[in-house]
Design a protein around this ligand. Structure first.
Ligand SMILES: *[C@@H]1O[C@H](CO)[C@@H](O)[C@H](O)[C@H]1NC(C)=O
Ligand SMILES: *[C@@H]1O[C@H](CO)[C@@H](O)[C@H](O)[C@H]1NC(C)=O
Length: 364
């Protein structure tokens, strides 16, 4: 199975390069409900009116509290409000002006499952802020002013989004103890390859990692080897060298679009036997990368908007039958200087359907 995270990556969807956007509060709640059967639980609660709460529930001023969801978004808050009910499951603080998380901000919230701090001005996090949140699984911290990964994240954490901050360095052991973590979205941070200390990802068994829109010049070599999805689009990667992908044997999806890749060293793709989907669009490739015919499960290859001037008859498909387990259902080659009328039809003999090939004219 793919990661728990919603990757929003539909096959051949042009929007797949876009980062996850949390559009509204309900996306946040629904997302969590999906994976935890919360919807059912909440309905039960509504019917349980025969058991009135022993005391009047509190709710922070201006927020809405209902069914253990505390909704305090877009209120101009400059700090985390007091009086958050102790049984809160979801706390939504997005789109405020909070600058800091203090030691006691989440005191007593041991039932909290999801916390959204998205789009605030947080640059400081007390090292004990998260200590009470022993059951927190989802943390949405994108669009803030963090310069490092917050310390002492709860070991229950499954998903963290920390996109669009100012993180330049990820220290060794930054994620240590996070044995349940499945998904990290940390794109749009000014991260260079040298910003990851050796051992930065040590201990993580991630399925999904996204470090797009950063300042990487090569594929980081030290990421978790458990990854199923790795998105490194919109960086400054110049080339893929032989050993770069050696570690990532479990990858299903690899995103390298919108980089500066001129060359993919022969043999480097042979380390990815499980790969289904490869995005290399908007690079500077002059030829189809070597090794595609040997990738038994590869179904989608984006090569559009490169500098490919020739496509050989054996660039995509193996010579013998039966070597490929799944046919391609998406190959994009448009916006390349290839004379498409010179490409032999047999080039696409292992493609499920003619419509799966996007060719088109080269636009000067
Ligand atoms: C790529 O490497 C394979 C062996 O790994 C070799 O058979 C093939 O000729 C090489 N192709 C090129 C273009 O170097
Ligand atoms: C495209 O490739 C050709 C060689 O095939 C090279 O002369 C040209 O400079 C390349 N163009 C770009 C924009 O990289």
């Amino acid at each position: 199975t793919f990661s728990l995270c919603i990757s929003h990556m539909l096959l051949l969807s042009p929007s797949s390069a876009l980062p996850f956007e949390q559009k509204g509060f309900w996306d946040f709640a629904m997302d969590s409900m999906d994976s935890d059967g919360m919807m059912t639980m909440m309905r039960d609660e509504e019917d349980g009116s025969a058991f009135p709460p022993p005391e009047l529930p509190t709710c922070p001023f201006g927020c809405q509290c209902r069914l253990r969801v505390v909704q305090c978004s877009d209120l101009g808050m400059t700090e985390v409000p007091k009086n958050i009910p102790r049984d809160t499951k979801f706390l939504d603080l997005q789109n405020n002006h909070i600058t800091e998380l203090k030691e006691d901000d989440f005191k007593g919230l041991t039932n909290l499952y999801g916390l959204s701090l998205r789009n605030n001005l947080i640059s400081k996090v007390h090292p004990k802020t998260f200590a009470p949140l022993k059951h927190m699984q989802k943390l949405y911290f994108s669009k803030n002013l963090l310069t490092t990964i917050p310390k002492n994240l709860p070991s229950s954490l499954v998903e963290m989004r920390i996109h669009e901050n100012r993180i330049k360095k990820v220290a060794a052991g930054a994620f240590s103890g996070l044995v349940n973590m499945n998904c990290i979205e940390m794109g749009a941070n000014p991260l260079q390859n040298s910003g990851f200390e050796p051992g930065a990802f040590k201990g993580l068994k991630l399925n999904y990692l996204r470090i797009s829109e950063a300042k990487l010049t090569g594929v980081p070599k030290d990421l978790p080897d458990s990854l199923h999805e790795l998105h490194l689009d919109q960086n400054q990667i110049q080339a893929v060298e032989l050993e770069d992908l050696k570690r990532y044997k479990n990858l299903y999806r690899l995103g390298l679009g919108f980089n500066h890749i001129r060359n993919i060293e022969n043999g480097s793709l042979s380390y990815l036997p499980m790969l289904r989907e490869l995005h290399l669009d908007n690079n500077r490739l002059t030829r189809v990368p070597k090794g595609l015919p040997d990738m038994k499960y590869l179904q989608v290859v984006y090569l559009h908007s490169n500098n490919i001037s020739q496509v050989g008859v054996d660039d995509f498909c193996p010579r013998g039958f039966g070597m490929k387990r799944t046919f391609y259902n998406g190959i994009s080659l448009f916006a390349n200087p290839v004379k498409y009328w010179e490409v032999q039809p047999a080039t696409f003999r292992c493609v499920s359907d003619r419509l799966a090939i996007q060719f088109g004219n080269y636009k000067k």
